[in-house]
Design a protein around this ligand. Structure first.
Ligand SMILES: *Cc1c(COP(=O)(O)O)cnc(C)c1O
Length: 440
C-alpha cells in the first residue's frame, strides 16, 4: 500500500483493515469511486459541503474568478470578492469587521489572540485566560487544542497546551428525570457563573459551539444557554466567542446558530460550509468596539496576524456563490420543509430498541446506540460503506449531516442502511476489533 500520503486523524496501521475510498468524482450528495461505486456522502465530507459536490453554480463562479486573478496578497491589496464577501457577512451577522484565515483552527487562533489583545490594548493585560465547554472542540492547532476538550486529540499534547478551564456542557442528554433542556441550560450556566465569579479578572473570553457540540457526538443544547452565557459574559466583562465553524451557514436551521438565541457574540468564527465545501477559507467577525481598540497610530496596537492565503479570491467567490444560492433558492425555508419530512421518515430509527437520544437540529440528526461495543464506530462505518453510504460514527453516536441537496429517497436509503445494520450488529457488542477512537 502507498503510504506517502499520511492521512489526517488516522492511525496509519489501521489502514489495512479500513482502506481509504478512492474517490474520482462527485455528483450532488454522491461520491463516485474509481471503480464506479457510488457512496452517499451523509457527513458532507467532514461537515463542509452544503449544495452537493460539483455544484454547477459554485463551479462557474470559481472558473470565472480563475480567469481574473487566482490570488493576491491581502496586506496592501484587496479585491472585489473579499470586499463583497466582507460586506455581506457583516450585514448577515451584525458584526462589522471581518478578519480572514484559512482553516477553522486558524479562525479560532485569531479569535483567541484578538480577544487577549483587545484586553491588553484597553489596559487589562492580566486577562489571558480562556474558558470553554466540557467536550468542546475548536480545532487541532495548539491554541485551538488548548480550548478543546476531546481526550483522544488533546491528552498526548497536554504538555504543549495552555491551561484553560472547562465548564459544564449544556448537553441536553444530561437531563435528570423531570428536568427540561432549559433546566440543563440553567444548571450549566450556574457552573459558568461560579467560575467567572472567581476568575473574570484573568479571563479574556468564553468560547462555545452554539447549539451543537458536533465533535462531542452532536451534543445539542437549548438556546437558553447562549442567552445566559451572553448575560454572564456581559456581567463579568468577558468576551463571548461563538465558534460557528461547523454550525454556521444554515446547518442548525438558521443561517447562524446564535440567531436562535437572539444574541450577538463579540466574535464569530466561520469556516467549513462558508465555501460550500470547495476551498479552505475562514474568518472571524467582530464588533466596532473591538475593532476600535486596535485602531491607533501605534503599529503594535494593530492586529499583526496573517496567513499566506488569507482572503483567497477563488475561495471568496465560492463563498459569494454560496450566499447567492441561499438567497435565490430560499434554502433556509426549503431546509425546514426537508427537515420536517426527514423527521417523519426517520421515525423508525427513533423507535428502534437500540437507539437512545434520537435528536435533530436543523439539518443534523444524531442518535446513540445502546450496548455498542468497542469496535462499533469502525465496524458501522465499514458496513455502511459496503452498503454505499459514507458515515463516521463518533463513539457510539451515529449522525447524519447530509448536504442540503439530499433527497427524500436518499434519506430513505440512509434509514434503510442504518436499520439493517442495527438489526444485524448485535455481534458488534462484543467486538474483538481494537477500540475505535471517538473521532469525528
Ligand atoms: C472543524 C471545526 C474546527 C476546526 O476547523 P478546521 O478547518 O478543521 O481547522 C473548529 N471548530 C469547530 C466547531 C469545528 O467543528
Amino acid at each position: 500500500m502507498n503510504t506517502h500520503l499520511w492521512h489526517p486523524c488516522t492511525q496509519m496501521q489501521h489502514l489495512g483493515a479500513t482502506p481509504p475510498l478512492h474517490i474520482d468524482r462527485g455528483e450532488g450528495p454522491w461520491l463516485i469511486g474509481s471503480d464506479g461505486t457510488r457512496y452517499l456522502d451523509a457527513i458532507s465530507s467532514w461537515w463542509v459541503n452544503l449544495f452537493g459536490h460539483c455544484n454547477p453554480r459554485i463551479n462557474a463562479a470559481i472558473i470565472d474568478q480563475l480567469n481574473k486573478i487566482e490570488h493576491v496578497i491581502l496586506a496592501g491589496c484587496s479585491h472585489a470578492p473579499v470586499l463583497n464577501l466582507s460586506e455581506r457577512l457583516a450585514a448577515l451577522t451584525g458584526l462589522d469587521h471581518v478578519f480572514y484565515g484559512s482553516d477553522g483552527a486558524s479562525a479560532v487562533e485569531i479569535a483567541l489572540k484578538m480577544s487577549f489583545h483587545y484586553w491588553k490594548n484597553t489596559g487589562q493585560p492580566q486577562k489571558t485566560g480562556f474558558v470553554s465547554l466540557k467536550n468542546g472542540y475548536h480545532g487541532e492547532t495548539l491554541g485551538a487544542l488548548s480550548v478543546t476538550d476531546v481526550a483522544i486529540f488533546r491528552d498526548t499534547y497536554a504538555p504543549l497546551l495552555r491551561h484553560t478551564h472547562q465548564v459544564m456542557s449544556p448537553d441536553t442528554r444530561q437531563a435528570w428525570p423531570g428536568e427540561s433542556a432549559t433546566d440543563v441550560a440553567h444548571r450549566a450556566a450556574a457552573d459558568l457563573d461560579g467560575w467567572l465569579a472567581g476568575h473574570a479578572e484573568t479571563t479574556a473570553a468564553l468560547i462555545v459551539e452554539p447549539l451543537v457540540q458536533c465533535a462531542a457526538g452532536m451534543a445539542m443544547h437549548d438556546p437558553e444557554y447562549l442567552r445566559l452565557a451572553r448575560r454572564l459574559c456581559d456581567r463579568y466583562g468577558v468576551h463571548l466567542i461563538a465558534d460557528e465553524i461547523a454550525v454556521g451557514f444554515g446547518r442548525t436551521g438558521t443561517l447562524f446558530a446564535c440567531e436562535q438565541a437572539g444574541i450577538r457574540p463579540d466574535f464569530t468564527c466561520l469556516s467549513k460550509g462558508i465555501t460550500g465545501g470547495y476551498l479552505p477559507l475562514s474568518c472571524v467577525l467582530t464588533t466596532d468596539h473591538v475593532y476600535d481598540a486596535f485602531y491607533n497610530a501605534d503599529l503594535r496596537l494593530g492586529f499583526l496576524h496573517s496567513h499566506s492565503y488569507t482572503g483567497n479570491p477563488l475561495a471568496c467567490r465560492a463563498a459569494l456563490a454560496v450566499l447567492d444560492i441561499f438567497d435565490s433558492d430560499d434554502v433556509l425555508q426549503q431546509n425546514r420543509i426537508r427537515a420536517a419530512a426527514f423527521n417523519t421518515l426517520l421515525e423508525p430509527l427513533r423507535q428502534h430498541p437500540r437507539v437512545r437520544y434520537f435528536r435533530n437540529q436543523g439539518m443534523i440528526w444524531a442518535f446513540d446506540i445502546a450496548n455498542a461495543g468497542a469496535g462499533f464506530a469502525r465496524e458501522f462505518h465499514l458496513a455502511a460503506r459496503a452498503a454505499g453510504v459514507l458515515l463516521r460514527p463518533i463513539g457510539n453516536t451515529v449522525y447524519f449531516m447530509p448536504p442540503y441537496v439530499v433527497s427524500e429517497d436518499e434519506m430513505a436509503l440512509l434509514l434503510k442502511t442504518c436499520l439493517n445494520l442495527l438489526n444485524g450488529i448485535s455481534k458488534y457488542a462484543d467486538s474483538t476489533l481494537p477500540n475505535a477512537p471517538a473521532v469525528p
